[in-house]
Design a protein around this ligand. Structure first.
Ligand code: HEC
Length: 407
């Protein structure tokens, strides 16, 4: 029991670490290639089939890169592929989703005031969202709409706004944001896995067979790649947002999420324009800043709390434990001054991280967090400002472990 909780927390940390690393590798290479592509220069005398070239300097050497549009005349001897960065990011991200939101569905995925479902049902809804997001997106790109870049993006944006709104009616605010990010990131990875790489393979097969590859494959891949480019920044915001309850914990969280997509597009537009040497659209920063201020303002509108006092069946073992009264007293005495709707601790204005510990129900729901933050580790209270004693910490550990055994 004891070992399991600690082991699981470390597994979660390790997978998160991996996910961030693969994400950096994917986004890094993706940013690099987009900038390279936009910065290519044409000059007379480029080899046949070459579309442009670029000189770069990095890490003590000069690089001379040439892009062949559609393909070179012959298959080169060595070819480096960029695909595992994307696949590994999706796989580790999905593992993260399962570890945090599926294993911890009662606490993090399901909000019983929003949609009262069991953990398996919530998980099925989550999987359904990920899959249907891709299907709808892919069908739209393949439809006649796919020939109108701007119109396609506008329709996709309207769907994103609808999803942001819809997800907040299925899950907790935190999970809604994460799912919006995960659906978008699934689309991005599926673009690589289902479209960009398979198209590239057709072109390579044509080259090997001595056929002239059809330029349409490169063009389709480019559209998908452009979508990925504009979606990157909002996805990062949504993935990080679960550490910032102000972003997801309000009534207008879905509007906040929708605005973040606009900010991401504005900032990418600035860099894309600059890399294409087409000017310096600094207005995009002003527009992004204004949107960000609107987001800050929206975040101050509190979420209407409805009947949060019912203890869920999953948490009941913690309130019925014989150690509960003492554990509750310790939490009320050492934690609640900060972890409540309107904290009384000086300098704390909102429940930190949205963690509320001021009633039987909220304390029971957070038993695992209390155990990890204040029982096993000394992370809370910060700097032990409320002077929790070692006996009280030991008591929190006993309470959690004993109740856990009975579950
Ligand atoms: C002085 C105010 C204060 C007190 C007292 C306090 N906390 Fe916190 N708590 C914070 C702050 C601030 C954060 C956010 C820390 C951060 O930003 O990483 C936090 C975060 C947390 C989190 C979320 C951690 C995360 O990263 O998700 C938990 C759980 C928590 N506290 C539990 C407790 C428990 C249990 C106690 C009592 C034993 C306690 N806190 C006492 C201020 C306090």
């Amino acid at each position: 029991m004891l070992d399991y909780v600690i082991f699981w927390d470390w597994v979660a940390f390790a997978v998160r670490w991996l996910h961030v690393i693969t994400g950096i590798a994917w986004i890094g290479s993706s940013f690099y290639f987009v900038a390279l592509d936009l910065g290519l220069r044409q000059r007379p005398g480029l080899p046949a089939g070459a579309h442009g070239e670029e000189w770069q300097v990095h890490g003590g050497g000069f690089y001379h890169i040439q892009k062949y549009l559609v393909a070179p005349a012959e298959m080169p001897e060595h070819l480096t592929w960029f695909k595992w960065e994307s696949y590994a990011t999706w796989l580790s991200g999905f593992a993260m989703l399962a570890i945090v939101y599926y294993a911890g569905a009662d606490l993090f995925l399901i909000d019983r005031n929003v949609l009262d479902v069991s953990a398996p049902v919530a998980i099925l809804i989550s999987l359904g969202c990920l899959i249907s997001g891709w299907i709808v997106y892919d069908l739209l790109c393949r439809s006649p709409l796919g020939n109108h870049d701007t119109l396609l993006m506008l329709v996709l944006y309207a769907i994103l706004v609808f999803m942001a709104w819809g997800l907040t009616h299925l899950f907790t605010g935190r999970a809604a944001f994460l799912h919006l990010g995960a659906i978008t990131a699934t689309i991005m990875s599926a673009n690589v896995f289902m479209i960009i790489i398979p198209n590239q393979k057709i072109v390579v097969a044509d080259l090997i067979a001595g056929r002239k590859p059809d330029p349409k494959y490169g063009k389709i891949a480019k559209t998908r790649s452009t979508h990925n480019n504009y979606l990157t920044l909002p996805v990062l915001f949504l993935m990080l947002s679960n550490h910032y309850p102000l972003a997801f914990g309000t009534q207008f969280n879905w509007i906040i999420a929708s605005l973040v997509f606009l900010i991401g597009v504005l900032i990418r537009h600035f860099f894309n324009t600059q890399h294409a040497r087409k000017g310096n659209p600094t207005w995009t920063w002003l527009a992004a800043a204004i949107l960000f201020i609107i987001i800050m303002w929206l975040s101050t509108v509190p979420k209407v709390l409805t009947g949060e006092q019912n203890v869920s069946s999953a948490a009941e073992a913690y309130t019925t434990s014989t150690h509960f009264p003492a554990a509750r007293d310790a939490v009320l005495g050492r934690c609640s001054m900060c972890h409540t709707q309107e904290p009384v601790y000086e300098g704390i204005y909102h429940a930190p991280k949205g963690v509320i510990l001021d009633s039987d129900a909220t304390i029971a729901e957070h038993a695992r967090e209390i155990y990890l933050q204040a029982g096993r580790s000394h992370a809370m209270p910060p700097g032990n400002v409320t002077q929790i004693t070692d006996q009280e910490r030991a008591l929190l550990v006993t309470w959690f472990e004993e109740a856990g055994k009975k579950k």
